[in-house]
Design a protein around this ligand. Structure first.
Ligand SMILES: Cc1ncc(COP(=O)(O)O)c(C=O)c1O
Length: 403
């Protein structure tokens, strides 16, 4: 096929990006899409033959490679093979799918759960199934892209409130007509900033204005709550969230997404959500891996304590050095740099000193708030974190991010 030569909008978008990438590569500032050759014990990786400390992982409890999880995945392949016979509703459901959904429901202390093939798809399909034209969906401004896309796809009136601003959330709820369906949706831990949603106030407002509440626990499972079950446990609130969404690709080292909640809600989603009806079932190995991981979280609580202790060490170290880490209190630690250029420069220095960490720049975050989006996990040791802090502090001074 010929390359398009006309100067249309698509060509311009691609050219703009191509030029930006070319300049970054020319200056040794492009670190995205690097193939990891080997994962060594959770906190270390081999990249281009070099061993590096991993500070960009979502495996918050260090469960990737856990022997019991690997064994469960292998046993599932031996029993069921590598695929399924189709979509869940028809021939695709296996006993391990049902087992996983029961495990998730028990873990979340609720009646039932449903799984989908990714967290992204879960948000798209659940929001667009439950909400429709004329309804009101109200979303925190820093919610994940999959939530935003699900809200837009639903065709409902889409309203956003300033990040974690409960007065503005109330205002949005007041603006919605009394007799329409309302749903408030938010991340439990915000994926770029690492801070925690004000769940107690959100719940109070949802009750007051008769709105459904959906919470995305992608970054809070295994991190929030004494036993790692998430934001309701963190605030000691019991069962207050109607639609408890999460992913199987972060703390749970597999792939997929889920919703846990009341039996009728889940049964409705099984018969009405298009990603369940029209997309293939989770593969056996990934289903079994996820099932085993939920059990390990409950059986190895030291991992939850360790990820949180590591988070505190990393955040305090950065703050003491003079960095702005916004309001994070979790394993996601934004290291603010200001401009895109500074974020790229700090990444380069870190990568050269064997820290695998990546920048998030505009338009993914607002201009001026470009950052390293670092993460720590239960697999890090305190002395490794000290080393990382030393590297980031020295580079921060050289680049002029800190004084
Ligand atoms: C808050 C949040 N929700 C949903 C997703 C999508 O999950 P998955 O990667 O499992 O598709 C992500 C992924 O990063 C996320 O951060």
């Amino acid at each position: 096929m010929d390359i398009h030569t006309t100067d249309d909008a698509v060509t311009r978008r691609i050219s703009f990006f191509t030029e930006r990438e070319r300049k970054l590569r020319e200056n040794d500032l492009y670190f995205y899409n690097q193939p990891v050759e080997e994962i060594k014990g959770g906190a270390r990786v081999i990249v281009k033959g070099r061993e590096m400390g991993m500070y960009a992982s979502y495996s918050y409890l260090g469960l990737i490679g856990h022997p019991r999880i690997n064994a469960a995945a292998k046993a599932a392949i031996d029993k069921f093979g590598t695929g399924t016979n189709g979509v869940r509703l028809l021939a695709g459901t296996l006993t391990i799918h049902t087992e996983l959904e029961e495990t998730i429901a028990a873990f979340k202390h609720t009646e039932a759960a449903i799984t989908y093939s990714s967290g992204y798809v879960t948000n798209l399909t659940v929001l667009s199934t439950l909400m429709g034209r004329g309804d009101y969906v109200i979303s925190d401004k820093l919610n994940h892209a999959s939530i935003v896309d699900g809200c837009l796809m639903s065709g409902a009136e889409f309203r956003r409130f300033k990040h974690n601003d409960m007065a503005e959330l109330e205002h949005r709820l007041q603006q919605a007509p009394v007799d329409v369906a309302k749903l408030v949706v938010a991340d439990a831990v915000f994926s770029m900033d690492g801070d925690v949603l004000d769940l107690p106030k959100t719940v109070e407002l949802c009750k007051q204005y008769d709105a459904w509440l959906m919470i995305d626990e992608a970054h809070s499972i295994g991190v929030l709550g004494k036993t790692g079950t998430g934001i309701e446990e963190h605030f000691n609130l019991g069962d207050v969230v109607d639609i408890k969404m999460g992913t199987l690709s972060k703390t749970i080292p597999s792939v997929g997404g889920y919703v846990a909640g009341k039996r009728e809600l889940i049964q409705y989603l099984r018969h009405a959500s298009r990603a369940y009806i029209f997309s293939a079932a989770l593969p056996p190995a990934q289903t079994a891996a996820a099932n085993e991981a939920f059990k390990i979280i409950l059986e190895e609580p030291w991992r939850i304590e360790k990820v949180n202790a590591n988070g505190r060490q990393f955040i305090n170290g950065l703050k003491n050095a003079g960095f702005d880490t916004l309001l994070t209190t979790t394993a996601i630690v934004p290291v603010l740099c200001g401009t895109d250029e500074r974020a790229f420069a700090l990444t380069r220095e870190c990568q050269h000193k064997n820290l695998f960490v990546l920048p998030v720049v505009s338009p993914a975050v607002p201009e001026g708030l470009s950052r390293l989006r670092a993460t720590v996990t239960a697999a890090h040791e305190p002395k490794e974190i000290d080393y990382a802090l030393g590297v980031i502090e020295k580079a921060g001074h050289e680049i002029g991010i800190i004084q």
